[in-house]
Ligand binder design. Structure first.
Ligand SMILES: NC(=O)c1ccc[n+]([C@@H]2O[C@H](COP(=O)([O-])OP(=O)(O)OC[C@H]3O[C@@H](n4cnc5c(N)ncnc54)[C@H](OP(=O)(O)O)[C@@H]3O)[C@@H](O)[C@H]2O)c1
Length: 312
């Protein structure tokens, strides 16, 4: 099967390419490969030439703080074009893709880029898989989030990723993942390897103890997507790990696994660490029961930590 892969140069996309290139004919697509998803005409021409049977859409503007900086100008432009109706509501049909061509804002890439791909997929009757995020939630729920829970993004990254979900018709697959990590990559340092470097290089590392995240092993994400492609799954699914942990707990686990004295790790509150930065949801425990019920098991965090340390 021929798969067009957006975000092929990114953290998850590059691993998708490496692990599945012998199984599928993967056509990499990202701005570094010369295709900008905000350029609808060029994108459609590229895809028509390649004629993929499926689009795996992993391209996004992912920097939470840099997305936040786009909020004001994006909203101004959306209001002027009467696309932004009122509090967080969009008139999707009023989006004019030419207005956002080659723009690098969060709205241009995460919403218009996704809509451009979705329009091509619909016109050509092929499925699209979209990777979304736990940041569509506000983190205020007292308990775990399922696919049925109400969304309420509290930063521009989460808002634009949610609108990316909304522009897709039902026949596509939306997978929400969170805090992806994996083997040491030349492409991008994930949060686990950033923590390893932090703990190794500082005399005292201060890690947040009042935040809970759902770390997800990237190889699990890739093989879950492969499984879902084979199953022809549609709708919305959480593709996340099994463990809910604070960055402090993760730091302690890393220090044990990598043999770094725990004394070097101290706790800090999220309020102190993220002062002056974009708001983040601080307690997002995503449940993966629906994926498990379909027949796919994610690996335990502490087991994968051993694997990535050994590099095997
Ligand atoms: N990383 C996380 O913590 C996280 C958590 C949950 C969900 N996700 C979602 O998972 C997906 C993959 O994330 P990631 O961390 O692997 O991303 P990443 O490493 O930041 O890579 C983003 C990719 O998007 C491409 N891209 C950006 N703008 C583009 C444009 N205008 N046209 C074409 N390609 C463009 C980039 O290509 P160039 O570099 O060539 O521009 C790059 O390949 C995203 O949808 C993200 O929202 C990520």
């Amino acid at each position: 099967m021929k798969i067009a892969l957006t975000g092929a140069s990114g953290l998850i996309g590059s691993r998708f390419f490496d692990l599945l290139k012998s199984k599928y004919e993967i056509i990499p697509l990202s701005s570094s490969y010369g295709v900008d998803i905000t350029d609808k005409t060029k994108l459609e021409r590229f895809l028509s030439n390649k004629n993929p049977a499926l689009i795996a859409h992993m391209a996004a503007k992912t920097g939470v703080d840099s997305c936040e900086q786009d909020r004001e100008t994006d909203i101004k432009k959306l209001k002027k074009a009467r696309v932004y109706i009122e509090d967080k509501k969009l008139d999707v049909l009023a989006i004019d893709p030419t207005e956002w061509k080659n723009e690098v804002s969060a709205f241009a890439i995460n919403v218009v880029g996704t809509k451009n791909l979705s329009d091509y997929a619909q016109k050509n009757e092929i499925p699209l898989i979209y990777i979304s995020t736990d940041f569509v939630f506000d983190g205020e729920k007292n308990g775990e989030y399922t696919e049925e829970d109400e969304t309420n993004p509290i930063n521009w990254y989460g808002q634009t990723k949610l609108w990316g979900e909304k522009v897709l018709p039902q026949e596509h697959l939306i997978t929400r993942t969170s805090y992806p990590y994996g083997y040491k990559s030349q492409i991008k340092k994930d949060f686990i390897w950033s923590l390893v470097d932090l703990i190794q290089s500082q005399d005292i590392a201060r890690l947040v103890s009042d935040q809970i995240i759902t770390p997800t092993f990237i190889d699990n994400i890739v093989y879950a997507l492969d499984f879902l492609i084979e199953k022809k799954a549609r709708g919305l699914l959480n593709v996340v790990g099994n463990n809910f942990l604070s960055p402090y707990e993760i730091g302690i686990a890393i220090s044990r696994e990598f043999g770094i004295p725990e004394i070097k790790i101290e706790t800090v509150t999220r309020e102190k660490l993220y002062k002056g930065r974009a708001h983040r949801p601080f307690k997002v425990m995503l449940k993966n029961d629906k994926l498990r019920d379909l027949g796919f098991e994610m690996t335990d965090f502490f087991e994968t930590l051993k694997l990535i340390k050994k590099g095997i």
